[in-house]
Design a protein around this ligand. Structure first.
Ligand SMILES: Cc1cc2nc3c(=O)[nH]c(=O)nc-3n(C[C@H](O)[C@H](O)[C@H](O)COP(=O)(O)OP(=O)(O)OC[C@H]3O[C@@H](n4cnc5c(N)ncnc54)[C@H](O)[C@@H]3O)c2cc1C
Length: 469
């Protein structure tokens, strides 16, 4: 590959200012949040629109150059980091406009580089809800969310990112563009190709725009921070809440005592909403299009019945939007505060919701057997059967010595999740972090089908090399 000729063609297509090679400008895009990967790239490209993304892919194909798409760089598996100094890093941040809004169709078409927060805001302007919600929403981009099939805190009611999409515009490795932005809710005309790109982590095509489903804005929300005696009790409470509310549970998040202690220790202004310490908590949120008083009463009844049935030990109901935001801040900062407690070995597992208690118990015992003093912090989307079974280091251990055990603990925890019919990646994807493991846990036929799809769409292997497969 002639790098000078490649760069010259790219500059002619995008303009000099949008082919960035200065190391200090590249640097923030070559590290990811956890510091697990230090990337390399020949240049960072900043196209302005889909036509320029097409031009990039045509030039890349001609020169045989590899291309790594990057959105907000908040991914947690290294998928967005190029690892080769001949790679082109393609950032989508300049494709950040809303193209069309159709309130009667409950849809909106947006460009891939818009932040998730901007997309939520555009929906609010239409008096609609775009329900995808992640702690990284101020930075992550909708294209990155769709490419990684993000989950978040409202999957229980609205589904994953995949479930919120009606159509995509995608630039293929060849430079051809495929568009299906018509906003149809029913279209059974052959294979539903969008699902190939959703969750493909930039290995099959570059998402440049999407038509998203919108929902009615809830008029009332009732939120409680509740102590429960066990993880099993939390699952029972969830099912009762769903039955009693007719499917109005929009959030159901697990918080362990140690997590709450980390937050109250490190997050300024955070405080324990309850007077006594308990081993487990859930953050419950109900949302409805009805009146606030009816929803408040429903939540109150649910908690009283929970106390009578010993499913609830104590609870605090948010009395204002500020208090509701405070409860959510406790949950959403759980990931960040772990950094302040030294090394943290991460897991993003799912198991059937019914097996969640067994998983947490078995995994906790297993990691403690391997390293007494290790501090498990299992938290997250218990309503989806998804917990981040993160492991903070023993207090007196050297951080690097601890982090050297990352692979060993992954094996222990993933082994238990798999034995319960679970997954080693519930919502963060495979990227490069779990690529080798994927090949071990998928059947040969699954790996072969994935390779065939990859080969069909990207025969030269130009898109996001070294990720997923
Ligand atoms: C504090 C915090 C909380 C988080 N909480 C959650 C959570 O609750 N649930 C969850 O699922 N994730 C969560 N994440 C992970 C992360 O935010 C999501 O995976 C998010 O969807 C990534 O979006 P991004 O724009 O940052 O993508 P990037 O990190 O830039 O990229 C992610 C992947 O998508 C590819 N990609 C990016 N843009 C495109 C595109 N336009 N076309 C094709 N491929 C593309 C990249 O190559 C890469 O493989 C969290 C992360 C942080 C830091």
């Amino acid at each position: 590959m002639n790098k000078d000729a490649l760069l010259a063609d790219l500059r002619a297509a995008l303009g000099d200012a949008y082919v960035v090679t200065e190391p200090e400008q590249l640097a923030p895009h070559l590290v990811e949040r956890r510091g697990l990967y230090q990337g390399k790239a020949l240049a960072m490209l900043r196209p302005a629109d889909s036509a320029q993304v097409q031009a990039v892919m045509r030039i890349a194909t001609q020169h045989g150059a590899k291309v790594v798409p990057q959105g907000g760089n908040t991914g947690l598996v290294g998928g967005q980091i190029p690892m080769d100094d001949a790679c082109l890093l393609l950032t989508l941040g300049r494709l950040n406009q809303v193209r069309t809004r159709d309130a009667a169709n409950n849809t909106m078409t947006v460009e891939a580089g818009a932040t998730l927060h901007a997309v939520q805001h555009w929906a609010l302007e239409m008096e609609r809800l775009f329900p995808l919600s992640l702690a990284s929403e101020g930075t992550c981009q909708i294209g990155g969310n769709l490419a990684s099939n993000a989950g978040g805190t409202q999957v229980l009611r609205y589904g994953n990112a995949r479930d919120l999409v009606l159509g995509l515009e995608v630039v293929l490795a060849s430079g051809d563009i495929w568009s299906s932005l018509g906003g149809l809710r029913k279209d059974n005309t052959g294979y539903d190709l969008k699902h190939l790109f959703l969750g493909s982590e930039g290995t099959l095509g570059i998402i440049t725009a999407a038509t998203l489903k919108l929902f009615a804005l809830p008029k009332a929300q009732a939120t409680a921070f509740v102590a429960v005696p066990s993880v099993e009790a939390a699952v029972h409470l969830l099912r009762q809440a769903e039955a009693a509310s007719g499917g109005q549970v929009t959030g159901f998040e697990l918080v362990p005592r140690i997590g709450l202690e980390f937050v109250t220790r490190h997050l300024e202004g955070a405080r324990d909403p309850l007077t006594q310490a308990h081993a487990w908590y859930v953050l419950i949120e109900l949302s409805s299009g009805g009146t606030q008083s009816v929803l408040d009463e429903l939540l109150g009844t649910l908690l009283s019945q929970g106390i009578e049935q010993a499913l609830v030990l104590d609870g605090a109901v948010a009395q204002s939007d500020t208090q509701r935001a405070d409860f959510w801040a406790l949950r959403e900062s759980l990931s960040d505060v772990q950094r302040r407690e030294g090394g943290s070995i991460k897991h993003d597992i799912s198991v059937p919701v019914s097996a969640m208690g067994t998983f947490i118990e078995q995994a906790t015992q297993a990691v403690l057997r391997r390293l007494p003093g290790i501090r498990p912090v299992p938290f997250g989307h218990i309503g989806d059967g998804n917990v981040h079974f993160n492991l903070s280091q023993p207090v007196d251990m050297d951080t690097q010595d601890y982090l050297a055990l990352w692979g060993e603990f992954n094996d222990i925890v993933h082994g238990i999740a798999l034995s319960l019919n679970g997954s080693i990646s519930a919502e963060h994807g495979i990227g490069q972090l779990k690529r080798d493991e994927l090949a071990q846990i998928k059947s040969p036929i699954e790996m072969e089908m994935m390779r065939s799809v990859k080969h069909a769409l990207d025969p030269k292997g130009l898109l996001n090399p070294g990720k997923i497969i």
